[in-house]
Write a protein that binds this ligand. Structure first.
Ligand code: NAP
Length: 545
């Protein structure tokens, strides 16, 4: 039996993906409510306002390709836009969609429970003054990198100076960027060397009186290739958006880069070395996503490129001891997400910058004065935690999500994540995920690939509306088949055999030391093909009633 819900659909999250999903459902005539835990739109770009934050995608391929008006009116000022500009872009997109009116803010969902009899979800909020709402369909656009993770260091709250996690950086109350904090007289520590830490370190190197980097796991970083966006280039982009769209759609991860369809060792050494040089200097993920096709799968080809990048680090970092510390030894190039940098390695040549090697002297605790390692107390005014996220599953696990029979999603995932197209899990009817585990958008240029998921689900919802379908759930066998497919694809790439957030490893969370299949790494075209095939075959694998 079904009963009337407060809303046909609730969309959780007001990032780029959630805003678009809400817009699509509203335009189709669904009674939709958007709910956002924070006080404004923007998702990760609202929260991650740390100094130096910027995109690693070429500006013109980040954002809403579906919105002709926005594409034609928006002028990016840099080739790789900084956080304030990206957030302004999202604010403008929201204006065009007139979407704020469909949202409530400061409404953080902490419980979503399916009522089998009524076929609806009851959503409860963390804020006690928010009354629960019910909805037939739930679209969770929570973001794979939205649950900030602090390090598990003892007595972390005893520090008497200022400390910040990069994803909760103080905001400029009158603008879209970070609060204007003065570090010129401060001794600053940074912990974490992922994409965030790299951006933070290169910025803090300019701002802090003294910067100390606490180094545990260095990454292979390559130059970003940023620069101003010349008006002529912007004009060219506007008149060629179709080509940019097509290029991203044809690529592995939604970026304007394509692999060279040759194996590295099939190319004469001189030619391949010249190519690697060119790619290293190229924009964005050139070396990661536009090199020889076997670099991410063949250990020998991968080692060749890793050695090439290691030499670059040695050339750029003057102190050979520091250079060696900055060269990853536990994984090859591209097996983890590659941070992009601008003069990052040169920061280590500055007088005001030093390194503490946590592999020889680990942190034992935080004290009121700073960071205690096994050999010394390092005193600071500011500690910055660039320690990442409870990635991919974390944003979902932080909500108590219950499906049929009161089963908890987290408990199911603890037995092993199983999804159908990364969009639904068996036993959780009418609960959809966008950019979650095994979604084609998670290992991708997110707004580009999440639009695919939004468009596909919206088409399915139009079908549901036309045929009066009230309940959608994947078959167990379909989810098992899809998960196996993800696993096979992952097994082909070296990144599937590496510990990182890509494979669900998080040293700060107990029990997260076994690799999981959290990504669909088959690429954008293959994911689209899979989705189209399901749709064209009467939504095979879904039970609809
Ligand atoms: P991350 O890649 O997970 O990096 C976290 C870093 O913190 C790692 O170096 C980790 O070392 C270190 N760490 C964590 N706990 C520690 C501890 N207790 N002691 C010492 N070190 C510790 O997180 P992220 O840098 O925030 O990046 C996450 C993702 O966000 C990126 O991969 C990217 O997809 C996205 N991102 C994108 C951009 C962009 O587009 N420009 C910018 C920033 C982030 P271990 O590896 O040893 O744990």
């Amino acid at each position: 039996m079904t009963k009337e819900a407060d809303f046909d659909a609730v969309v959780i999250g007001a990032g780029l993906t959630g805003l678009y999903q809400t817009y699509r459902l509203r335009e189709m005539g669904y009674r939709v409510l958007g709910v956002e835990g924070g006080d404004n739109i923007g998702g990760v770009w609202h929260y991650n306002r740390y100094p130096g934050a910027r995109i690693d995608s070429e500006s013109e391929v980040y954002g809403y390709f579906w919105n002709e008006q926005l594409m034609q009116e928006w002028n990016w000022s840099e080739r790789f836009a900084a956080q304030p500009e990206v957030l302004s872009y999202i604010h403008r997109a929201a204006e065009i969609m007139d979407i704020r009116k469909d949202y409530i803010f400061n409404a953080r969902v902490n419980k979503a429970v399916y009522d089998d009899d009524a076929n609806l979800y009851k959503l409860e909020f963390q804020q006690p003054d928010r009354a629960p709402v019910t909805a037939r369909f739930v679209f969770s656009a929570l973001g794979p990198l939205s649950a900030p993770q602090m390090p598990n260091i003892p007595s972390i709250n005893t520090f008497k100076g200022d400390s910040y996690h990069t994803a909760n950086w103080p905001r400029d109350p009158n603008g879209v960027g970070p609060a204007k904090l003065d570090f010129s007289n401060k001794r600053v520590a940074v912990i974490g060397l992922g994409s965030t830490g790299v951006q933070m370190i290169q910025e803090m190197g300019k701002q802090a009186k003294q910067l100390t980097v606490f180094l545990r796991s260095p990454n292979w970083c390559t130059p970003l290739g940023n620069g101003p966006m010349e008006p002529e280039r912007m004009d060219y982009i506007k008149s060629h958006y179709n080509e940019f769209t097509a290029k991203c759609d044809a690529s592995l991860a939604g970026f304007p880069h394509e692999f060279i369809l040759k194996n590295l060792f099939d190319v004469p050494q001189e030619e391949r070395d010249a190519k690697l040089e060119e790619l290293y200097k190229g924009p964005g993920f050139s070396l990661w996503l536009a090199a020889y096709q076997d670099v991410l799968s063949d250990p020998a080809a991968n080692k060749y490129v890793s050695d090439f990048v290691a030499e670059k680090i040695r050339e750029r970092v003057k102190d050979p001891r520091i250079a060696e510390l900055l060269i990853p030894k536990d994984h090859g190039f591209g097996m983890k997400r590659v941070p992009l940098e601008t003069n990052y390695y040169e920061v280590y040549n500055q007088e005001n910058v030093s390194v503490v090697d946590l592999n020889t002297t680990p942190i034992t605790r935080i004290t009121p004065d700073g960071i205690q390692t096994t050999d010394a107390l390092h005193e600071f005014d500011v500690i910055i935690y660039a320690t990442g996220f409870d990635a991919v599953k974390g944003s979902w696990n932080r909500i108590d999500i219950r499906g049929t029979g009161g089963v908890a999603l987290e408990d199911e995932w603890n037995k092993g994540v199983k999804t159908y197209m990364g969009m639904q899990c068996p036993g959780f009817p009418n609960f959809f995920m966008l950019v979650g585990p095994q979604s084609g958008a998670t290992f991708c240029n997110i707004p580009r690939c999440s639009a695919l998921a939004v468009d596909w689900l919206s088409e399915m919802m139009a079908h549901a509306k036309n045929t009066d379908i009230q309940r959608i759930e994947p078959e167990v066998a379909a989810a098992e088949g899809y998960t196996l497919y993800c696993s096979k694809l992952m097994g082909k790439l070296l990144l599937g055999q590496t510990n990182s957030w890509f494979t669900g490893i998080n040293k700060n969370i107990e029990g997260r030391d076994k690799r999981e299949v959290l990504l669909f790494v088959g690429g954008n075209p293959r994911f689209r093909e899979y989705c189209d095939d399901v749709r064209d075959n009467s939504y095979k694998g879904f039970i609809m009633s």
